[in-house]
Design a binder for this molecule. Sequence first.
Ligand code: SMO
Length: 706
Amino acid sequence: MQDQNSHIGQRVIRREDAVLVAGQGSYTDDVLLQNPLHVSFLRSVEARGDIAELETEDAQAAEGVVAVHTGADVTHLGRLTVNPLIPLSVQREFPVLAQGQVHAVGQPVAAILATSNALALDAVELVYADINEALDTGSDAAPDLVAEQAWSAGDAAAGLAAADHIVETTILHPRLAPSPMEPRAIAVAYHQDRDSVTVWHSTQTPHRSRSALASILGVDADRIRVIAPHVGGAFGMKASLYPEDVFAVWAAFHHKRDVKWTATRSEEFLSATHGRGLTTIGRLAVNKDGMFQALQAEVNGPVGHWLPNSALTTVWNAARILPAGYQIENLDISTRAQAYNLAPTGIYRGAGRPEANCLIERLVDKAAVVTGLDSVEIRRRNLLDASAFPYRTGTGNVLDSGDYSRVLDVLVDQSGYNEALKERDVRRASGELVGLGIGFYLEPSGTGWETARVTLQADGRVLVASGSSTQGHGRETAFAQIAADTLQIPMKQITVICGDTKTCPEGIGALASRSTAIGGSAVLRACEEIRTRLDQGETAPLVADLRYENEGEAWGNGAYMVLLSVDRDTGVPLIERAVAVDDTGRIINPTQVAGQVLGGFAQGLGEALMEQVIYDEDGQLLTGSFMDYALPRAGDMPHLSQHTFQTPSPMNALGAKGVGEAGTIGAPAAILNAAIDALRPLGVEDLQMPLTSQNLWRAIQAAEEG
Ligand code: SMO
């Protein structure tokens, strides 16, 4: 007999890695279809305008081309829908292929179906599209208000009026390109006998793909099976269905043929969702003793020319997570989404969490400066006490659990904070630009339900199917650990299958840091049901179909510290020390937690130091390749000293909290605070990301001239 928990909490080696690391994964583009038609898209080269002429005859006659489709062929299709997290004021149109007008560079205008990918790409060159460019286009055009919401609690105006100090900041978050290694891809097998399709889709949300495809195409969902095979990263970019996906599946039904589309990297920069892009403005009222009195904040987020399912998640999170972990009773917070003639925006690892936490953490650091308090001390005075939970914030969230002052204690101990402060001051006195930054963060892990179907076979083997999906996070290992402990059997008897709408008919998927907390809890409960039924004398085979609903969001939290120096002559920033402390709730696998935090930190570092999507004033994309868009590389990463502790969440059966976005949330705030602290002796009070050497050098020059 094993111990009760001989797997949960252990550093179990990831079972999926042997295949993935050896390059033997089976991704969507690897799926073998029968004589498929390959799709390529003609995309708009203008940000806004009317299609005056669209000539497809030459392409139609080209070698290997079976069909050329334009907007006229798909007018009957339904619409993609946005998750209306904040009230929508206008519904945007988003045709699968442009209907007489274009609304962004990169928008699909026509589609080629050809017998090979190369021939499909060649034939695109033969389509002639004459687009009359509108006068006001691109990023300069007055944006349409798409959705907005406001929250208020107490009396923020009175709090601001009465306070000893008011600190203010504006933060511009550049648009970011999520850039998973595997671009978007879809492979559709058409089944003549049942007029149905099997769709291999590089997605985070296979069940959502199925239901959205069924409704847009007007076919019963049982004629569509969606499988998310190995998925090479997603980061939120693959949580929404795209027009290109809809076209591929429509084409399979229409032509009664197998169809596939794999995006090129250029197509990802042009037409996949970008993340961030928000501007946040905040004013924090603080008294002489450092106590926060009121917060006013405005969030302005861009959406693109069409609204993917996740389009409003970022602006919603960026606002409603405020005032983060701080006790502030007087709040005025508003958020709005405005549409631009640019690529769509959507969730990207963190999805509003980094923006909310960056804003408040910058304000807190400014409050520390103005009151003369230490950065840790001012946080200690204002963070919620461990006895406060559950705590309802002024924006209506219930913070479930935590021990924020202990997070700070661990950070101070593990980072050698007090010694680091002294080191900073000594080096500063000798003329070096060196700064210390702290970032406290909250990470709500999603709410709602997830499913598990656990089958105990007659031979003793167990099949765990989850409605959650996986993009290489190690879900198969973590769920096997949960099942092994609950059923008290060895892990090797357990097979885990994620991301197949046939194996597990209902599900949500992998997003919002929800999969372990909710998906893992579903696996736990389904295994408990099997155990109970065995105890009651039932015999295998047994199937437990379980839909688990959590009690509410589990709020992961933590604090990061960064010691950063800036070369005075070149502006080059160097992160000399980085420390992460994360309260992850109950940990299933410490190795996976460490991997998630480290990977998240790398993406947060990319955001803070180098990444930025740039458009010109005509809405033309200037950062269309990795030659122009800088992703962090291994050599850019500092050593990250990682520490966790576990305050279990009462909100789900496992007591787990999301950790998939932690590093992405904690890193930018800490890095930004450290960089501004480094330049503070020069009189610098604000900097904008990305903190490239050029931006830092300019800030140094301006300060020294100023
Ligand atoms: S940005 Mo995540 O996929 O919710």
